[in-house]
Design a protein around this ligand. Structure first.
Ligand code: AMP
Length: 423
């Protein structure tokens, strides 16, 4: 096969295949089970939306919209975009359901697209699993959403996750935070980096995100953002944490946690894993209020990056190989006659519920056994002219090497006993 550039996907995008795919399938199946337990139903929104769906949700000034979105005109001159995240399309869907959508709990999973510079943990096509629960501010629901996410990590076997929690405040709090931070930084801003200095007036909160060593020292001395917020806002956060305490969810309050988007209100959180290095965020979440003209949509939700979850799982020794579904039976055909007869037997066994493979061209016994071994089968069923004449079949147990000849009349019953497969 040609291993040229034309065989590769676009930069920043990957094929996900065996054995890695088995881990993905496990993550998705387990997530579906978990979300169902909490009363969430799945929604699959289109990958392409009107560009405006994202602009009006995420805000015109955000990095995702300004710099990262794959946006273009289609053949009809319509402005469309590949979804860079799942919340905007999901809310478009919920808004379309009218009042019913204002009380809905949905989850989604699938690819997202951002035209960023590819690096470890940062891709142009990546995958998210996320949820949205439509609701007015409700501390118990916020805590439940976090608990559901942490429980899912546990079900996936992902130990070592760290949960950081903060509040973005509500209503006037946001302006008070900006004013308070500006005042607190007024003497030190001149010594901070160029980015921080330009953020001072335009996007003060983002200063808290600066990664430069010299800026970090100044930021660490700032008063927590909650100092600038109303008493009720602090009480809301306190209620969220008290419910998390009741659930036994471990968290760390991080007053520097901002989360990029302006629509967040009240609770925001991030889950990190130490194995991920610079891009250590596995997941982010928060409560939001998104304004659509005179109308507003309120809810709470999160999104997790599947690639990063896979990286973190691999770092603690959990791989796709371990989640590979087992193959029960391989049919081995000795001669032309056996090949056709086995094709029919194979169909029967599959219809009886067994997983069963066979080579469909005539090959040596050795080659067929090699292929059976590659698939890790439990049993090989061997038939040549002698067995066909006697109406029997040889069953070879691959792990022990033991072999027995069985009449076709009792074959299925025998296979059920050997594999533990129900009818
Ligand atoms: P965000 O919507 O930016 O809050 O992202 C939520 C989660 O998606 C992050 O915590 C990451 O795990 C994942 N994620 C975001 N952007 C990327 C990317 N470019 N490549 C891989 N994963 C990503």
């Amino acid at each position: 096969m040609m291993a040229s550039e034309s065989a590769q996907p676009l930069q920043g995008m990957s094929d996900i295949a065996s054995p890695e795919i088995y881990l993905w399938q496990f993550l998705e199946q387990r997530a579906r089970t978990s979300f169902h337990q909490y009363g969430y139903t799945e929604v699959r929104t289109p990958l392409l939306e009107r560009k405006n769906v994202f602009v009006r949700s995420l805000g015109d000034g955000t990095d995702v919209v300004q710099k990262e979105m794959y946006a273009f005109e289609d053949r009809g001159g319509r402005e469309i975009a590949l979804r860079p995240e799942g919340t905007a399309g999901t809310i478009r869907h919920l808004l379309g359901k009218g009042m019913e959508g204002r009380n809905d709990r949905v989850f989604y999973m699938g690819p997202m697209f951002r035209c960023e510079r590819p690096q470890a943990g940062r891709k142009r096509q990546f995958h998210q699993i996320g949820v949205e629960a439509a609701s007015e501010p409700n501390a118990i629901l916020d805590a439940e959403c976090i608990e559901m996410q942490m429980r899912l990590m546990e079900c996936w076997g992902l130990s070592g996750c760290e949960l950081q929690l903060n509040t973005r405040g509500v209503g006037e709090d946001k302006q008070h935070v900006v004013d308070g931070l500006k005042l607190a930084l007024s003497n030190t801003i001149a010594s901070m980096c160029d980015d921080c200095r330009s953020r001072y007036d335009q996007n003060t909160l983002r200063i808290l995100d600066c990664k430069k060593e010299s800026c970090r020292a100044i930021i660490a001395d700032l008063p927590p953002v909650t100092d600038f917020m109303a008493e009720e806002t602090r009480a809301y956060l306190q209620e969220v944490t008290s419910v998390l305490d009741l659930y036994g969810v471990v968290y760390k309050l991080n007053p520097l946690l901002v989360r990029g988007l302006d629509y967040y209100e009240h609770t925001v959180w991030e889950i990190t894993h130490p194995s991920l290095g610079a891009q250590d965020a596995l997941a982010g979440g928060g409560r939001y209020r998104i304004q659509y003209g005179k109308d507003a949509f309120e809810g709470v939700g999160f999104a997790m990056g599947v690639e990063r979850v896979c990286m973190a799982l691999t770092s603690i020794g959990i791989t796709g190989e371990q989640h590979k579904p087992s193959m029960q039976i391989a049919l081995i055909s000795l001669g032309e006659r056996a090949l056709k007869e086995n094709a029919v037997l194979c169909r029967t066994l599959r219809r009886e519920g067994f997983s069963c493979i066979m080579e469909t061209t005539h090959r040596s016994m050795k080659a067929q056994m090699r292929s059976a071994n590659r698939h890790d089968v439990k049993l090989a069923l061997i038939r040549g002219d002698d067995e066909l004449n006697r109406g029997t079949c040889l069953i070879k147990q691959m792990n022990e090497g033991s072999q027995q000849e069985v009449s076709l009349d009792v074959l299925i019953q025998q296979l059920r006993e050997l594999t533990g497969t129900d009818s």
